[in-house]
Design a protein around this ligand. Structure first.
Ligand code: UDP
Ligand code: MG
Length: 334
């Protein structure tokens, strides 16, 4: 036992920062929804992976997101046999993003790693995230170099991430899901985001901090099938756009200006016809055209104005942190 401890790794920065010389605690946040056929294998693989890095303490926080297939029983069993494992059991299915949030709320580690429980996010990659953290990064995202999903999923995801990146107001990295490591401070800040329509990868991107990426090849799901049917995927995609972009609202305003401009041209045309070519205008036509075009353009523009206020109200009700402080440095700090 003693000689396995002899080849100790150099003490990293974060490690020194933790209290009373206890090894740093790494929390894993693990959302589970109907993963009965794969979850045991996942846990075994995760445990054997982290066993190769005995210089840390670990906790495994599974969030059972209202599974209906006996996943809970397996999780309870895992928790019974390993004091490092805890299970947060939801009363119903609240969705992946909420499950991650709950896990984060229960995690107390010096670093928190969020990953899927279907082995698509390989446990060995989480060690690379830890290494990047030891190297000084505060948020480390695992970015997919390749992924083994259906051609449809690959194509839609590829396009979506790029469209989102173009219209979002924050710099959301492409091909990056929720597989990432958050330093204690960053995790603490993320807990402060309490909005209901959640797009966690966007929130993380908006937080700042020292961010880094680790590339990995995404595996196939070990068992079962995707828990993101079309409906959930579309909702997540819409949440991503509407949470981090007011481009749709701005489009209305732009359309308002364009249609009012066109209306003006139409009005000039109608009035010109009436004045100079009265013979070819039907009686009443000019008045109708002028009124219709003017009102149409005005309405579109008004919608845009209202939209811009709605956008502001939306930002206010999201109640996001106004600012994020990494550290306050003062004279008498040790
Ligand atoms: N998941 C969840 N709640 C849901 C859907 C999914 O907790 O409503 C979990 C699921 O168990 C998995 C992760 O979220 O660990 C990612 O889901 P999935 O693998 O089905 O998504 P995909 O990889 O196909 O995008
Ligand atoms: Mg998956």
């Amino acid at each position: 036992m003693a000689d396995t401890m002899s080849h100790q790794v150099p003490v990293p920065v974060q490690q020194q920062a933790t209290s009373e010389g206890a090894p740093p605690l790494i929390s894993y946040v693990l959302p589970v929804y109907n993963e009965v056929d794969g979850i045991r294998q996942f846990h075994e693989e995760l445990v054997s992976t982290v066993a190769t890095r005995p210089e840390f303490d670990y906790e495994f926080i599974y969030v059972n997101d209202g599974s209906t297939d006996g996943s809970l029983g397996i999780l309870q069993d895992l928790a019974k046999n390993d004091p490092r494992t805890r299970v947060v059991d939801f009363a119903r299915n609240f969705g992946h993003q909420i499950a991650i949030t709950a896990g984060l709320d229960h995690a107390g580690g010096d670093a928190v790693i969020v990953m899927d429980t279907d082995l698509q996010d390989p446990p060995r990659v989480s060690l690379e995230l830890i290494d990047a953290w030891l190297g000084g990064a505060e948020i480390v995202s695992a970015r997919r170099r390749t992924r083994r999903d259906t051609a449809f999923k690959r194509a839609t995801a590829h396009t979506y991430y790029r469209v989102l990146r173009r219209c979002a107001e924050v710099d959301i990295p492409v091909d990056t899901g929720d597989f990432r490591l958050l330093d204690k401070r960053a995790a603490e800040e993320l807990r402060g985001f309490r909005e209901r329509s959640r797009f966690i990868r966007g929130m993380v991107a908006s937080m700042g901090f020292q961010q880094q990426e680790v590339l990995f090849d995404r595996d196939e799901r070990v068992a079962g099938e995707t828990k993101y049917p079309m409906r959930k995927m579309l909702r997540l995609a819409a949440d991503g756009v509407t949470s981090f972009s007011t481009v749709p609202l701005k489009l209305i305003t732009r359309m308002g200006f364009i249609s009012l401009g066109l209306a003006m041209l139409g009005i000039i045309y109608a009035v010109t016809l009436r004045l100079f070519f009265p013979a070819i205008t039907v009686s009443g036509w000019t008045m109708l055209m002028v009124a219709m075009l003017f009102l149409g353009g005005l309405q579109m523009l008004s919608l845009g104005v209202i939209g811009s206020y709605v956008g502001r109200i939306y930002h206010e009700v999201q109640q996001r942190p106004l600012y994020i402080v990494r550290n306050v440095i003062s004279h008498d700090e040790d």
